[in-house]
Ligand binder design. Structure first.
Ligand SMILES: Cc1cc2nc3c(=O)[nH]c(=O)nc-3n(C[C@H](O)[C@H](O)[C@H](O)COP(=O)(O)O)c2cc1C
Length: 201
């Protein structure tokens, strides 16, 4: 919500009016499932950070490659540092955004590894998660797999769609310029915010 407040400047006797945004901020942890330096899925996460309204703060998680391979034997105190940091980041955010490519009609192992580390944590439970998949072939298989995994982890899924991706959807600096893709990110963030405001069933 925006409320109008006044500021009085004494010297010139002028009353300045300005808007103050009083809406609570939603903090979103955004994770790209690609480790590639020029990843299009990382570009989607950056686009979300650019598009997000002032009521949504996007924190980009960039430590996927630092996570050890999941083993229940390592899932004991003290946790490996990168795992503890991932769990803390998921625990303190209000919602999660995941973008993912598809590999061999499946989910990227690095992202599934991160989710496996989160299965025994409480942070993801009932947390809204926006899933957007993007690959040249449309990523329908990876999207379906991650949808199932996220629901199994008791996260509240916002389906951001599985998208056919080509380099033509990026500009020369690697930023997403495709209008339809930008619109679906914007719509996904709005749905995420609405879900975050509603209590879990
Ligand atoms: C090993 C491998 C397997 C792939 N398998 C698929 C696939 O099954 N379906 C698809 O749409 N794209 C597939 N791709 C293409 C990637 O999804 C594509 O390169 C995508 O842009 C990677 O995402 P990124 O740009 O975020 O790194 C594959 C790429 C690699 C390297």
């Amino acid at each position: 919500m925006r409320v109008l407040i006044t500021t009085v400047t004494c010297t010139a006797g002028i009353v300045m009016l300005r808007w103050l945004d009083t809406s609570p901020r939603m903090n979103v942890l955004a994770i790209s499932g690609s480790l590639r330096a020029t990843s299009s899925n990382a570009a989607l996460v950056r686009a979300a950070a650019r598009l997000a309204p002032s009521t949504i703060a996007i924190e980009i998680y960039a430590e996927l490659a630092a996570l050890p391979h999941f083993s229940p034997d390592l899932d004991v105190a003290p946790l490996p540092g990168p795992v503890a940091e991932l769990r803390a980041a998921v625990g303190r955010c209000d919602a999660v955004m995941i973008t993912t490519p598809e590999y061999a009609h499946g989910m990227p192992g690095s992202l599934k590894n991160a989710l496996d580390w989160l299965v025994s944590a409480t942070g993801p439970i009932d947390k809204p998660v926006l899933l957007i998949s993007a690959s040249p072939g449309g990523a329908a298989h990876a999207h379906a797999q991650f949808s199932e995994v996220l629901r199994t982890m008791s996260m509240r899924l916002v389906d951001g769609g599985a998208h056919v991706f080509s380099r033509a959807k990026l500009d020369g600096d690697g930023n997403v310029v495709d209008k339809a893709l930008l619109a679906s990110i914007r719509a996904g963030l709005a749905q995420l915010a609405a879900l975050e405001r509603s209590p879990p069933a």
